[in-house]
Design a binder for this molecule. Sequence first.
Ligand code: GLO
Ligand code: MG
Length: 346
Amino acid sequence: MPKPTTYKFCFGPWNLSEGQDPYGPPTRPVQSFDWKLEQLKALGYDAMMFHDDDAVPDVDNKSDAALKAEAKALKRKLDDAGIVAEIVAPRLWFDPRTVDGAYTSNDPKCRRYAIDRSLRCLDIAAHLDCDLIVLWLAREGSYIRESKNARRCFDYLVQAVDKMLAHHPKMRIAIEPKPNEPMDLAYVPTIGHALALAQLTADPKRVGCLIETAHALLAGLDPADEIDFACAFGKLWSLHLNDQNGLKFDQDKPFGSANLRVAFNQVRALERNGYGRKGEYVAFDVHPFRTTKVEHWTAHLENSRRTFLRLVEKARSFPETEAQSLIADRNYAALDQLVLEHLMGK
Ligand code: GLO
Ligand code: MG
């Protein structure tokens, strides 16, 4: 029996958000990066995930030398805090040049910008001693199908990933699929799409995926099955656990908040695949509720990790022998109840 995994935890500065939504302004005062790093440390988390401009603000207007100096200064700050940079993700959805997509824009100048920006993101990651880039393909899709040639767009996506692979020989890329929002229809909606795309690239071994619970649920899929599928390829390199109440806007609720059983099954899938044994982190892409008061600002992160660890205990203490005999007897009604009783506890 392998030793049980000791999980390592991670979140990003955006997970201490200030409460703005499309309908209203922030409900908590804007906080500095240093404050967010302090919270991460105080909560006992191990790593931070970054967008390129979380690491180097205003990245587009900085010279390569300035970018290097700022990234190295951040690396020293993280080292002093004993915190690792887990991933860096190019933020390709803010700039006006990405309004019609980044790698899949119809405008070649805009596609060029998206690639250049991504290569700088790889440089930042290298300065932070981080070898994993996350691509959330936010605007790669369409509002109306006729506006883009999807066939050509898949080629553009592969070409963009190939440029990144060529730019840095050790960097790995994890695609984070999401089926919709902000687009109506995204080109890479599921893990199956992400891993199929990886096979078309110049170095498929360096292209894997990141699963986010809410994104799988929005695609109408079970996140635990997505985890098993990605792990069957050895390609689950990062994880955004959270929760989602049905087919609504992307809610980024605390892990387990909407459906404890779905959360339990994700934890079981992670456990049976040995996720974390190669140094992978459990990241929570969760947000405080808009109503959250300043004094409760980090509760969603504390709670998500607590729920995760309680569910690890539940996964490890699951009455496996009893379950196996019910499975052998095809008595799934009893198996169903066994799971519920186990989750409810005494
Ligand atoms: C949004 C995504 C987003 C990404 C982040 C890292 O729906 O989940 O939060 O995870 O930008 O790429
Ligand atoms: Mg995410």
